[in-house]
Ligand binder design. Sequence first.
Ligand code: RP5
Length: 166
Amino acid sequence: MAKVGIVMGSDSDMPVMAKAAEILDELGISYEMRIISAHREPDEFFEYAKTAEEKGFKVIIAGAGMAAHLPGMCAAIFPMPVIGIPMHTTSLGGRDSLYSIVQMPTGIPVATVAIGGGANAGILAAKILSTSDPQLLDKLKKYTSSLKESVIKKDERLQEVGYKAY
Ligand code: RP5
């Protein structure tokens, strides 16, 4: 059974949502990925959200743009954590998506990552799952160490070749 539901409002969201999936792949976390529009197919959306718990999801990552109601409506129905990813938009730069997702009423939170923050959504989902999975926690610690190592290597190269040749 998939532990994470990844859902997006349109296939135009895929480049961002793929970053969440890549992180889950890297950490060996099972997920189901769907394109479901809360606005264009409300009945399909409600079926998805209402059956998410019985499908075994522990977290849902929901991404949407513009009047982005998908994450908030997932949170209204699904009882476990929902992570929202606001999509960048050409008209309002993604502020429309961000405000739609982050400004939830008391009692129905959506953990909102940055505009286009697909990778962080994947990492946050993994961190939530790691609270009851010591092996996953270990993988996350290694992942964090690898970030540190990559910065150290970049600085070593800068010291070696100087900024002009970097
Ligand atoms: C939202 O509308 C989707 O999440 C997408 O970000 C945005 C635009 O959708 P398309 O017109 O590209 O299908 O529902």
